[in-house]
Design a protein around this ligand. Structure first.
Ligand code: NDP
Length: 279
């Protein structure tokens, strides 16, 4: 008995995989129409979330989103994917939408801020004002407004929550390329934003973490590769695994961060870049 007291890890507790289950949770995902956002949304459904609200810019959801909705329906776990249109830069609209979700579902547990843009163009000395500001606006302000809208609902329901901001390995490792200064600056700001929000919201059991992927095959990177196919080799050589990543390789860590398996993790940055930062 003395030994059991000293070592709480041998007390009765949930099975380890049960701690990853998101049964009945409600989530909000920005940029969920495609790419990493959509992959994240599907994953949350697979882990049992009751409903995942994805939002994005287009008026109508993409074909891949509609196919994913169908995929989720067929999981047979009563999970569902919803879509609405909103610009992450519109703070008032995000507050309103998050409130509507809260009113309807009576909870909001998970938020993934995945919407992001990059504007390939000139070098840093020629960068036009509008392009620079747009990248900062979407990738920094937009992430804040998304997290803020969700955090307000989480605070309101008093159950805590998990906010995951998709930053980038490029927020802490320097990369070269046309028009990356705006992108890397914005992502770097997100890392510090998450730490500050984590400190402020810890007392409400709201956790805020960043996930920083390296190069991942999506439309975002595809646009560069279409223009410069030779970049694939260059990017692959940047890490010890010798390749770029796939969106589904982020599933495990997203589920972990969203779930009760990570309740002591906040203000952290999880890097998933094939070892680029260690190279
Ligand atoms: P995609 O370009 O495939 O998807 C980005 C999504 O964000 C799109 O659905 C896009 O909408 C949406 N979006 C853009 N602007 C806004 C806005 N103002 N309001 C609402 N939604 C918006 O990119 P990824 O899936 O690759 O990237 C997802 C996140 O991961 C981004 O934050 C990105 O910076 C980050 N990341 C990506 C990496 C990669 O290698 N792919 C590496 C590291 C980080 P629309 O369909 O209208 O364009």
């Amino acid at each position: 008995a003395v030994e059991a007291k000293a070592n709480p890890s041998i007390q009765p507790r949930p099975k380890i995989f049960d701690e990853f289950a998101l049964t009945d949770r409600v989530a909000l995902v920005s940029g969920g129409n495609r790419g990493i956002g959509l992959e994240t949304a599907i994953t949350l459904c697979e882990a049992g979330a009751r409903v995942v609200y994805c939002f994005d810019l287009p008026e109508e959801p993409s074909e891949v989103f509609l196919a994913s909705q169908d995929f989720v329906r067929k999981l047979g776990n009563n999970s569902r994917l919803e879509y609405f249109r909103a610009d992450v830069r519109d703070q008032q609209l995000l507050w309103k939408k998050a409130e509507e979700i809260g009113d309807k579902e009576q909870r909001l547990d998970i938020c993934v801020a995945a919407a992001g843009i990059v504007r390939p163009g000139t070098g840093c000395l020629e960068s036009p004002e509008e392009a620079f500001k747009e990248v900062i606006d979407v990738n920094t302000n937009g992430v804040f407004f998304t997290a803020q809208a969700a955090g307000r609902q989480m605070a309101c329901f008093g159950r805590g929550g998990s906010i995951i901001m998709i930053a980038s390995a490029a927020g802490s490792v320097a990369v070269k390329g046309p028009e990356v200064t705006s992108y890397t600056s914005a992502k770097s700001a997100v890392l510090q934003m998450a730490r500050s929000m984590a400190c402020e919201l810890g007392c409400k059991k709201i956790r805020v973490n960043t996930l920083s992927p390296g190069y991942i095959h999506t439309q975002m990177t595809g646009a560069f590769l279409d223009m410069h196919p030779e970049l694939l080799d260059e990017w692959s050589r940047l890490n010890p695994l010798g390749r770029i990543g796939r969106p589904d390789e982020l599933r495990g860590v997203v589920t972990w961060l969203a779930s009760d398996a990570s309740t002591f993790c906040t203000g952290s940055d999880i890097i998933m870049d094939g070892g680029h930062h260690a190279w």
